[in-house]
Design a binder for this molecule. Structure first.
Ligand code: CA
Length: 431
């Protein structure tokens, strides 16, 4: 039997998402308003209650007493490490049991961060190649792609917590063959499997963050579903990129995984193919090349209304890995600030759709169904080209190394990011 790590028994199973070496942060409400907590097994450590009378620095205690993670994010790596060391000591096997534990089932999770700005990147070269094939069949990948991490400014106000339903948007679209565009409910609703990264301390306007300093500005990670209305996107995106096809909703998972919990799962940056250009000097760092990748397995599951009614388990559509991303998180942040743009604590950076080289690792329906040309078949015989009303999309993610049951086994989970599609609102009357 593996040695238990924590006195919280549910944290010690081989498949536990939230063992002692994860300790993600979230915001919960168990009837006393929004409070910061740390997930351990199936419990939440109530951080303001636990840290109230301790030797922790007063600014840490103050940050733990707020209703969002922004203040904690702004403190920086030395304070993050101090809090993580302290929390680990409280929860490790042999420490006295704390009274500040709340069962997850008795708490409602809240959006963990006040997100000032949200930027979405496009860093899977497999995804980019596939999308280029649909949009530019006569041309290859965009010429800038291997020189900079392409991104666009998303909408922070419509970032929602896992479990919040997503309303099918209306929009303007021009189907192939139609003479004129029309306005109506989206017919090509899609998800995008992504990882999100929250920034820590910001940078002053005009002061770029050098790539070697970038890790000190990244607090943690979550799962992110960049819901996408493809028919609206295809019509509106020329020439300035996505707008209303993306801004109706973006879902994130409730627990923010500290970057230090991901440290054991760091891998080299994506190996560039022979003939690909080296990153320009401001996007190149030896340390980042050696350790900038993350061995993070990510999955998409679909639960249709028929499957739900039959009590069936969600069907897995995809299993990919974040190590396949062409650009690292540090490169995204260095690029973002390279013109002097200031990031602030709690800004959200989306990675872009995580797609790999194989057909079972494609991170959205656009790719899986080749823009709706080839429907996917679910285990119960249903078919999907795009999402239908009542469908629930579930993202899961985990890092794992070693063999379960052996001393070298290490696993942490990201939990889930879920969202069910609601039908469009009735069209408002003109008169
Ligand atoms: Ca995206």
């Amino acid at each position: 039997m593996p040695v238990p790590h924590s006195w919280v028994e549910s944290a010690n199973g081989p498949d536990a998402d939230f063992p002692l070496h994860n300790l993600p942060y979230g915001v919960f409400d168990a009837g006393e308003g929004a409070r910061i907590g740390v997930a351990i097994g199936d419990q939440i450590l109530d951080l303001p209650a636990a840290t109230a009378a301790t030797g922790l620095a007063p600014e840490i205690v103050r940050a733990c007493g707020t209703a969002s993670l922004n203040a904690l994010m702004s403190l920086g790596p030395a304070h993050w490490s101090a809090l993580r060391r302290w929390t680990t000591e409280q929860l490790r096997a042999g420490a006295p049991a704390s009274q500040a534990l709340i069962p997850m089932k008795d708490a409602a999770m809240k959006l963990p961060v006040e997100i000032g700005d949200y930027t979405d990147f496009f860093t899977s070269v497999y995804h980019a190649n596939n999308v280029a094939g649909f949009l530019r069949p006569d041309q290859s990948l965009w010429p800038n792609y291997k020189y900079l991490p392409v991104g666009y400014h998303g909408r922070a106000s419509s970032v929602i917590l896992s479990g919040t339903p997503v309303r099918r948007p209306r929009g303007q679209m021009k189907p192939a063959g139609a003479e004129r565009p029309s306005f109506g409910p989206c017919h090509m609703l899609d998800y995008e499997l992504e990882a999100g990264f929250f920034t820590g301390p910001g940078n002053l306007l005009g002061d770029p963050v050098p790539i070697d300093a970038a890790p000190g500005h990244i607090f943690g990670a979550c799962l992110l579903n960049d819901w996408s209305a493809r028919d609206i996107q295809f019509w509106e995106s020329q020439p300035l990129g996505p707008f209303l096809s993306k801004s109706f909703s973006t879902s994130i998972s409730p627990w923010v995984i500290p970057m230090s919990a991901l440290e054991p799962f760091r891998v080299p940056a994506f190996p560039r193919a022979t003939g690909d250009p080296a990153p320009l000097p401001h996007l190149y760092s030896q340390a980042d090349q050696q350790r900038g990748g993350i061995d993070l397995t990510v999955e998409v599951y679909l639960l249709t209304p028929r499957m739900r009614d039959a009590g069936a388990a969600p069907a897995r559509l995809t299993r990919g890995n974040f190590r396949d991303m062409y650009w690292t998180v540090a490169q995204m942040l260095a690029h973002h600030t390279s013109n002097g743009c200031n990031l602030r604590p709690g800004d959200l950076l989306g990675s872009g759709t995580i797609s790999g080289a194989t057909p079972d690792s494609l991170g959205c329906l656009l790719e899986l169904t080749r823009a709706g040309a080839d429907a996917i078949r679910l285990p119960n015989g249903e078919e999907r080209c795009f999402l239908e009303d009542g469908d629930e999309v579930i993202l899961r993610g985990y890092c794992e190394r070693g063999e379960p049951g052996r001393g070298d086994h290490l696993r942490i989970g990201f939990g889930e990011c879920r969202g069910v599609v609601l039908p469009p609102r009735p069209q408002p009357c003109a008169d």
